[in-house]
Write a protein that binds this ligand. Sequence first.
Ligand SMILES: NC(=O)c1ccc[n+]([C@@H]2O[C@H](COP(=O)([O-])OP(=O)(O)OC[C@H]3O[C@@H](n4cnc5c(N)ncnc54)[C@H](OP(=O)(O)O)[C@@H]3O)[C@@H](O)[C@H]2O)c1
Length: 410
Amino acid sequence: MKKHKNNSNTGLNRREFILKTTLVGAGLSMGSLALAAVHRDHVTNTEKKTSGGMQNGKRKLGPLEVYPIGIGCMNAAWGFGEPMPKKDAVRLFRSAADYGQNFFDTAEAYGAWLSEEMVGEALAPIRKDVIIATKFGFAINQEGNITGLNSRPEHIRKATEGSLRRLKTDYVDLLYQHRVDPEVPIEEVAGTVQDLIREGKVRAFGLSGVGAATIRRAHAVQTVSAVQNEYSVWTRDPEGEVIAVCEELGIGLVPWSPLGKGYLTGTVAPDSTFSEKDRRSTMPRFTQQAMQANWEVIELLQKVGARHQATGMPATPGQVNLAWLLARKPFIVPIPGTTKLAHLQENMKAAHIQLTAADMQEIESGLASITIVGERAAEGVLQLLDIGNRGDRSSEGTHGLSPLPAGKIN
Ligand SMILES: NC(=O)c1ccc[n+]([C@@H]2O[C@H](COP(=O)([O-])OP(=O)(O)OC[C@H]3O[C@@H](n4cnc5c(N)ncnc54)[C@H](OP(=O)(O)O)[C@@H]3O)[C@@H](O)[C@H]2O)c1
């Protein structure tokens, strides 16, 4: 390997010296950039060895090339207690991008609108370097409260204009329908997003909370680039039918709540209680009884993690869970949500971990012997999910939750 000559005054080689002086001029520290560079190189090398992975360390969602583990930007604005101060969230998302993150997931409904505003302010100066995904599909009143579903074409257009304004951009990279609207044929939704793509306002189309029948119907009208459904070691519903249809049609799968809303990191004590503003207070899987009963999952992930050194330390349960998702299929891109830069860095480093076939087998047989206690969400929330989204009911032989276009008989 070629050696660079050291600058005698600083102990830095010429390339490092030029980089440092440039960075100081830009108000950045060498440490953070060097860390980001090491991190990117490591991921590139890791991904080269992974079959099906992209050569440049990214994964593909249709036309979009993204870091294999993105960031969920809901949490800064809503879901796990009080929202973060906006300036802190803006700093977090900019630091994430500086660290090498390029895939940011938001929705107009998060906060409502606050998450998009945070993402927009953080990323506007580096818009071309990042991939922003957002979502439409809820009716939201003037106070920002969700009042129902709405995927009517005129509403999709209005919602998208609002997203573009808040995101301070003239295009959305990936626009998802957040939930299937049982009043609007999915063909109309796909056709409306297709028009937005033709107008240059959107680059790619996604669906969230869906089963295979809806995916197929939408994809027949407009290529679906990504499906966003809940998936992790303790929520395996996509294995029922959704992973197979994504593989068949060349669609990416973006697992939401990939860390089990924090529980799978092993940092949520089983005797925790949650405030009313924390959505986990409504989830059967977050009662103390369920959290105690499910702790075996954490022990299993810890056992496997002890054999992997993602950061010079044993891999954390959360990292093992993220590495497990990446190892399932090369088109899977989880989006853990966080309000902390250290957590984001820990999560991104999980892309360095390559679980072996023996690890995967150990996780599989370990999980087979554990009965997960408690539903993943409250019943009212689960009811919004499409047929085939929940592993217990297939969409085969149905047309999904979305009505058929007028005049079409199943
Ligand atoms: N399409 C949909 O319908 C849908 C539904 C839900 C979520 N989503 C998307 O998916 C994203 C992620 O889902 P989620 O937030 O529900 O669940 P998640 O990513 O499984 O878990 C988030 C929780 O994990 C904690 N956490 C993250 N990294 C950690 C680490 N390294 N160590 C310890 N704790 C860690 C976070 O706390 P800290 O803030 O302290 O890190 C937070 O409490 C959301 O932000 C959103 O973009 C989409």
